[in-house]
Design a protein around this ligand. Structure first.
Ligand code: GRF
Length: 189
């Protein structure tokens, strides 16, 4: 059955684009019914317009409280009968009541082999640590930062002499293939 999917993002939106393209190509059996963004001027909002996806943007500072913020997002998901939420560069922790209501139906993409290198600078952290490999993780979220049960991981070997920019690009390329594939696995059961 076609799933009703929402993507949450805060920035560039290259993974939003990868998901939207995979849906258009029939590789992911989903209707992309909402892009939610917590930054009023993030480039991902333009990407949503380009794909004709409804975009909704507000921040916790636009709400009475943090709980009200999560409740407003939850209301938007409920109104649109969203089945599954894909976090794609959404730079906030999802809290209750949203986390409680959508527990087990919110997945996140992270550019490292979790539990290694959680946080906001994972590719640079792995690069600076000089590890032989890093990678990409898709996982269910819980109340922690980049924690929660792992669904899939893909390794990316570091290449001696390669710069950080090139490594970042290779990690993102892996994300753009892995995330739509995992979403389809989840949707297809
Ligand atoms: C990705 O590397 C994702 O793993 C991380 O944030 C980045 C988002 O990139 N959580 P983009 O906005 O999808 O281009």
């Amino acid at each position: 059955m076609t799933a009703r999917l929402a993507v949450f993002a805060s920035g560039t939106g290259s993974n939003f684009v990868a998901i939207a393209r995979a849906i258009e190509a029939g590789e992911v059996d989903a209707d992309l019914v909402l892009l939610f963004c917590d930054q009023a001027s993030a480039p991902v909002l333009d990407r949503a317009r380009e794909f004709g996806v409804e975009a909704l943007a507000f921040a916790p500072t636009d709400c009475e409280s943090r709980r009200d913020y999560e409740q407003r997002i939850l209301d938007a998901l409920t109104e649109r009968s969203v089945d599954l939420v894909a976090l794609a560069g959404y730079m906030r922790i999802v809290k209750s009541p949203l986390l409680e209501a959508y527990g087990g139906r919110i997945v996140n993409l992270h550019p490292s082999l979790l539990p290694d290198f959680p946080g906001g600078h994972s590719i640079a952290d792995a690069f600076e640590a000089g590890v032989p490999e890093t990678g990409v993780t898709v996982h269910y979220i819980d109340e922690g930062i980049d924690t929660g049960p792992v669904i899939a991981q893909q390794r990316v070997a570091l290449v001696p002499g390669e710069g950080l920019d090139d490594l970042e690009q290779r990690v993102h390329q892996v994300e753009h293939v892995l995330y739509p594939r995992v979403l389809q696995q989840l949707i297809g059961g």
